[in-house]
Design a protein around this ligand. Sequence first.
Ligand SMILES: NC(=O)c1ccc[n+]([C@@H]2O[C@H](COP(=O)([O-])OP(=O)(O)OC[C@H]3O[C@@H](n4cnc5c(N)ncnc54)[C@H](O)[C@@H]3O)[C@@H](O)[C@H]2O)c1
Ligand SMILES: [Zn+2]
Ligand SMILES: [Zn+2]
Length: 361
Amino acid sequence: MTVKVQGVVATRKGAPVELATVLVPGPGPGEALVRVQACGVCHTDLHYREGGIGADFPYLLGHEAAGVVEAVGDDVTEVAPGDFVILNWRAVCGQCRACAKGRPWYCFATHNARQKMTLEDGTPLSAALGIGAFVEKTLVAAGQCTKVNPAVKPEVAGLLGCGVMAGLGAAINTGGVTRGDSVAVIGCGGVGSGAVLGAVLAGARTIIAVDVDDRKLEWAKGFGATDVVNSRNADAVDRIRELTGGFGADVVIEAIGRPETYEQAFYARDLAGTVVLVGVPTPEMRLDLPLLDFFGRGGALKSSWYGDCLPSRDFPMLVDLHLQGRLPLEKFVTETITVDGVEEAFAKMGRGEVLRSVVTF
Ligand SMILES: NC(=O)c1ccc[n+]([C@@H]2O[C@H](COP(=O)([O-])OP(=O)(O)OC[C@H]3O[C@@H](n4cnc5c(N)ncnc54)[C@H](O)[C@@H]3O)[C@@H](O)[C@H]2O)c1
Ligand SMILES: [Zn+2]
Ligand SMILES: [Zn+2]
């Protein structure tokens, strides 16, 4: 049965988002209908609104969500009505070429349930990252639902569905940060702060947080950064070198998605060190560097999609660490807002006032 709910829709490139009536059909085979309880506002939602990710407007935004499964399609066995789940944008398919090679964290499968959600006039909605969760109820592929301990607060759990997982995983999975490493994180929004927390969890010895906003740097210290650099007032590369015995960091994580900060990351790492790009660039961005420096500095230049996570492995584990008091995920939630507050939340994000605004239903 189709339900009628209110959702946050980006109708055209650059235009403010609007609350619109969304028609959500009942779940077919392989699908689940989820009652969303909380959904964080991620910078990627703003990239969608700006046309930076694609031109498939209208978009149903929101993708950092947790909620309760309300109904499932006939053949669905992995989740059942009543389960508390975090929504993921990597439902490992087990069949694509990445899965076949035993590298499921690169799974290339896409999910189609989303294309069934429409506006009232029948216009199909493209759901952000195949989820679309700034809406009371959403239809997803059942594999996009990862069951976790329901003792966790939904507004905290949902953040593992994207930004915090992307940052944590960029440090631990992609960057391979390990005990004793030096790590620099450039850009300490929700994603970068997740990377700081990942470096803490992995046992890094030096964790340098870089941002242009002192408030973000204060928060980064709260997550466990050992040093902070405001790159408005200081040269990020010089400072990172100074703080690492003159050499540069073992792992530098770029969590903004800009050529100039990527260049900082490139030169702020030690010889044979690792750069992890987790920030998402836009199509017009270019990078111009001496090829000799790529050769001469060696090491690994990696990009991190979703922190190379495996939702079924990582979400329940991270929720348990949080419930044991070992992962302060609650510090990411600067405020909870109602579903009509997403446009204002983008503005607050732009002004640097929040790590995460989280819509609760
Ligand atoms: N790779 C992935 O899987 C993945 C997942 C989620 C988000 N992202 C991307 O990660 C990026 C960060 O997302 P977010 O939600 O943390 O955004 P955010 O807006 O909360 O944080 C960005 C931070 O960068 C800082 N910053 C901006 N310009 C800077 C500069 N020149 N030097 C230093 N700091 C600067 C800002 O002050 C802010 O603290 C976005 O591009 C987003 O699309 C990637
Ligand atoms: Zn796959
Ligand atoms: Zn996101």
